[in-house]
Each structure stands twice: as C-alpha cells, then as structure tokens.
Design a binder for this molecule. Structure first.
Ligand SMILES: NC(=O)C1=CN([C@@H]2O[C@H](COP(=O)(O)OP(=O)(O)OC[C@H]3O[C@@H](n4cnc5c(N)ncnc54)[C@H](OP(=O)(O)O)[C@@H]3O)[C@@H](O)[C@H]2O)C=CC1
Ligand SMILES: O=C([O-])CC(=O)C(=O)O
Length: 438
C-alpha cells in the first residue's frame, strides 16, 4: 500500500478550536495515520497515512499543532484565564487532573456533573476533566463535553476528550475507569474477563507510562475486582495500594437494607463492610456492622433474615434493579463513586470505616495474597488508606469469605495471560455472576 504524505501549514484561525481538537485527535489516533506536529515556531504539521493514493483526500482545513501526548481542549475550555485576577479563585487549591473512561456512558453522565459542581472534591478545588472514549463514542463524547460547557461550572477549568489513554492519563491524579464492554447474550464470563481485561491491561500500561506517580485509580467497569488486578499488574511503577475496585455501591445497598429492617434512618448504620468480589458471592458483613452504635445483631434479632434474605438482597440488588428499570444502576453507582472518592480525601469518622476493593498483599485477615478483595478501610483524608484491624469473624462469615475468595482466585487464573503469569486456565464456578446478571 502506498504511503501518502500531506504537508499542512498551520493557521489556527481557520477552524474553531473544538473542530481542531476533533480533527487532530481523529488523525493522531487513526490506525493508519501518524500525525507529526512540527515545533511551534514552524507552524506546520505532517500527516502520514498508509492509504492508496485514490483514498487520499486533503482535509477540508489546515493542520494544527498538537503537543505530544496531550489531548486537545474542548470548546470554551480552550480559552485561558488569569486565575489570579479573579477574586474568588485566590483561595482555591491547585487544579487537579481527573481522567474518566467510558465517559459517554450512563454512569459517567451522572458522575461528571457531580465532579464538575464541586460536590466531590470540594468548593475550593478546581478540576480538569479528561474524558476517554473510543471511535464508537467520539461524537457522544463531544455531546457530553457540550453539556459540560453549557453548565457554566466555575470550578471546571479544563475539559479535553480523546480516544487515546496515553493522552488522557497524562499527569492525572485520579483515574475513574468506568468504560467496559457489557456482557452480551450468550457471552461466557471467561470471554468478558478476556475482552475487558485487555482494556484494563492497556489502560494500566498507559497509567504506568504517563500518570502522576501518586495517581489513585478507581475501577468501576466489571468485573471490577479482576479488572483492577489486571490494571495494577500492568502498572508496576504505581503503588498497587493506589488501585481500588468499586464496592461502595454494595456497601450503600447493605446500609439501606439494614436501616429498612431496623426502622431507622440510614445514616444510623455504620461499620458496614463488603468482603470480596463485586459479584453475587460478595459478603455483606452484619457481624461487625452497627446500628445507632450497637452491633446489628442486638438490634435485628432475626438471624435467619440476616443470613439469608439480607445477604441475598444485597448480592442481587443490581439484577433486581435491572429487571425493574431496564438498565443497570447508573445514578446510584455515580453517587457511590463520589462517596468512594470523598472517603479517601476526608478523614474517616472516629470508629467507622468504609469498604473498597483493594490489593490483598499484606492484609491482616488471612485473605489470599495478590488479588483485589473488598475489605474495611480507614483514611486520614490524604488519598491513602489503612486496613481496619479490629474486626471479628465467626464461622458463617469465614465460610462466605472463603467462597468469594475462591471465585476471585479462579478469575485470576482466567486472566493469567494479562498479568504476566503464563497461560490462562479458566475454571470459574458455575454460579459466578455480576450483581446485575441475576
Ligand atoms: N462496580 C460497580 O459497582 C458497578 C459497575 N458497573 C459497571 O460499570 C460499567 C459501565 O456501566 P455504564 O456506564 O452503565 O455502561 P454504558 O454501557 O452506559 O457505558 C459503558 C461505556 O463503556 C465503553 N466501552 C468500552 N469498551 C467497550 C466495548 N468493547 N463495547 C462496548 N462498550 C465499551 C463504552 O464507551 P466507549 O465506546 O467510549 O469505550 C460505553 O460508553 C459496566 O462494566 C458495568 O457493569 C455498573 C454498576 C455498578
Ligand atoms: O452487573 C452490572 O453491570 C451492574 C452492577 O455491577 C451492579 O448493579 O452492582
């Protein structure tokens, strides 16, 4: 195939900046094209595309400088302002970069507006949103960015969109990894693990290459525990401790059910742990949870309800919701991502804790090492966390924890090829299900 080379001169005024962004992103990511910007002073760029001469069409407009590995800004976010000149910004913190994948999906559609409004990082924290999509979703991403423009959020100082994780993850302090392929009809769970695992392997490599060394990663896309494991294994230069799988939605669901049964408002439920996998083997812990400061078992005396109904309700809540709503939890998932972030950036209230799927190596509970398992955590509010030591176990809890642990170990064997552990061998338990699959 002939290689056609176009040499374009640069005049920024020919295109609106969002068109420039779209144009350069498309070109720089096209499989068959390389986009080589010249230094700023020369104001010219070269695009090389391996296409037959008859397919070569001069672009409708001229090229643009694209700094290497930097996604282009979107629309109104391309304007620059002197922050210091604005009175209200003088007390603001330093801007933080937040990457969101699956940014055109349903969960993101709720989450992005929470982030931009200041509800998550606080009213003095300006943010830059870096949205990751794909060829499939690029136009939808532009639509999302347009809605962000039209919302006039003061704290939202930058928005950029790209389909290249190496661009999007550049210098990010937070990576919220939501995008994943949903399990389709007739698709084996092993197939889902493989397809999504490849997405998270690639994203792990990109984070390793370009993200802040202190980046905190929250994996939401399912199967989120094993996706988080794949991601961290492909990012060896970032502490494994910085990777989380989202189980906060499960914790919130558990608190709601306990409150309902006890007849109290849900803010009275504390110390709720979800152990294990974000799947139907997850273990909502009623042994250590408290209602109005008292052990749950002193308030809800119906042990059969706790062991059977409560546990199953939490495990299968996602599936019941899909049956009613016709789609999977998006708003409550976005709320729980916001909760998960806030739990890491604000000190945990005395005596309480929160659940997160975290790396098990070094855990005090005897859970198998080298997997991502939901456990009770506390934070000083610095983005880091410690595992809670003063929890108790009984035979029921241990038996359930062993089951969810076995499932995660089987998922790990299934993705051995994606975590540098040789040939995959998939012997998943038959009842392995996402919460939404029931
Ligand atoms: N951990 C938890 O508690 C929960 C996790 N989830 C999970 O979160 C994920 C996102 O959910 P939601 O936002 O509702 O889903 P949507 O289907 O609305 O969006 C998912 C996004 O994933 C992206 N994607 C990446 N790879 C593929 C692919 N191969 N095929 C199709 N789409 C792909 C798509 O964006 P693009 O084309 O830009 O890549 C799409 O926009 C799912 O995996 C879901 O199971 C949901 C609820 C709770
Ligand atoms: O299975 C899904 O995609 C939905 C899900 O995780 C949940 O509701 O907890």
């Amino acid at each position: 195939m002939a290689v056609a080379e176009l040499s374009l001169s640069y005049t920024k005024s020919h295109l609106h900046s969002s068109q420039l962004s779209f144009f350069s992103t498309r070109l720089s990511n096209h499989r068959r094209c390389t986009f080589r910007p010249f230094p700023r002073t020369q104001k010219a760029a070269t695009i090389s595309c391996s296409v037959a001469p008859s397919q070569v069409q001069a672009p409708a407009a001229v090229g643009v400088e694209v700094p290497k590995n930097k996604p282009e800004c979107f629309g109104v976010f391309c304007l620059t302002y002197d922050l210091k000149a604005e009175e209200e910004t003088k007390s603001w913190k330093k801007l933080i970069n937040i990457a969101v994948s699956g940014a055109a999906g349903m969960i993101s559609n709720h989450l992005l507006f929470k982030l931009a409004s200041g509800q998550v990082f606080g009213p003095d924290q300006p943010i830059a949103l870096k949205l990751l999509g794909s060829e499939r979703s690029f136009e939808a991403l532009e639509g999302v960015a347009m809605e962000l423009e039209d919302s006039l959020f003061p704290l939202l100082r930058e928005v950029s969109i790209s389909i290249n994780p190496y661009e999007v993850f550049q210098d990010v302090e937070w990576a919220l990894l939501i995008g994943a392929k949903p399990r389709g009809p007739g698709m084996e769970r092993a197939g889902l693990l493989d397809i999504n695992g490849q997405i998270f392997a690639e994203q792990g490599k990109a984070l390793n290459a370009v993200a802040s060394r202190d980046v905190k990663v929250i994996v939401v896309g399912n199967p989120c525990n094993t996706n988080a494991l794949i991601c961290l294994k492909n990012a060896p230069n970032i502490p494994a401790k910085n990777f989380h799988a989202l189980t906060r939605l499960d914790e919130n669901r558990a608190k709601c059910q306990l409150a309902l049964k006890a007849g109290v408002f849900y803010d009275q439920v504390s110390n709720a742990t979800i152990w294990g996998n974000h799947s139907t083997t997850q273990v909502p812990d009623f042994l250590n949870a408290r209602i109005n400061g008292l052990p749950v078992k002193e308030v809800i005396k119906d042990q059969k309800w706790l062991e059977e109904e409560f546990t199953e309700k939490v495990q299968k809540r996602g599936g019941v919701l899909i049956k009613k709503w016709g789609r999977s939890s998006a708003a409550s998932t976005a709320v729980s991502i916001a909760d998960a972030i806030r739990s890491l950036i604000t000190p945990t209230p005395e005596g309480d804790w929160f659940s997160s799927g975290v790396y098990t190596t070094g855990n005090p509970y005897g859970v198998a090492e080298d997997i991502v398992f939901s456990m009770p955590c506390r934070s000083k509010g610095d983005g880091d966390y410690e595992l809670v030591k003063d929890v108790i176990f009984d035979d029921y809890l241990l038996k359930r924890i062993t089951k969810t642990e076995a499932e995660l170990l089987a998922e790990k064997r299934c993705v051995a090829h994606l975590i540098g552990e040789g040939i995959a061998f998939c012997d998943l338990p038959e009842d392995t299900m996402l919460p939404g699959e029931m």
